[in-house]
Design a protein around this ligand. Structure first.
Ligand code: AMP
Ligand code: ZN
Length: 114
């Protein structure tokens, strides 16, 4: 996907504060953090959203979730708690159409979300 900013981050064509990367998954700081800890976790593969996710992509999502949990530990928010967010589509406010988990923590979260 030539026009996708997160594909560009994954291919190091766009600079980001990467904190974890392997053959399937990349994690980096959100450029506009909404909490003291705000990390984005993406699969390298361009999947637009969970809606377009196919069964063969599920192992990739599983790896991304595993990375989220490891990051929470690394960022010292495992015990205090954290929120994983997967915005999907317009009403949810998804603006980057490359599937990504937000890992948010370091402050008390409200529910229901805005
Ligand atoms: P979403 O609304 O779920 O699509 O979230 C997209 C997120 O990506 C937002 O929180 C943005 O601040 C973040 N973002 C967009 N571009 C970049 C970038 N180049 N580096 C880091 N974070 C980004
Ligand atoms: Zn992409």
């Amino acid at each position: 996907m030539t026009d996708c900013i997160f594909c560009k981050v994954a291919q190091a064509e766009l600079k980001a504060r990467i904190i974890y990367s392997d053959e399937d998954v990349v994690a980096f700081h959100d450029m506009n953090p909404q909490a003291p800890t705000h990390i984005l976790v993406i699969p390298r593969k361009h999947i637009p959203s969970i809606t377009e996710c196919s069964p063969e992509d599920l192992p990739l999502l599983s790896k991304a979730l595993e990375a989220c949990a490891k990051i929470a530990e690394h960022e010292s928010i495992r015990e205090s708690g954290y929120r994983l967010v997967l915005n999907t589509g317009e009403d949810a406010g998804q603006v980057v159409n490359h599937i990504h988990f937000h890992v948010l923590g370091g402050r008390k979260m409200a529910w229901p979300p805005g």
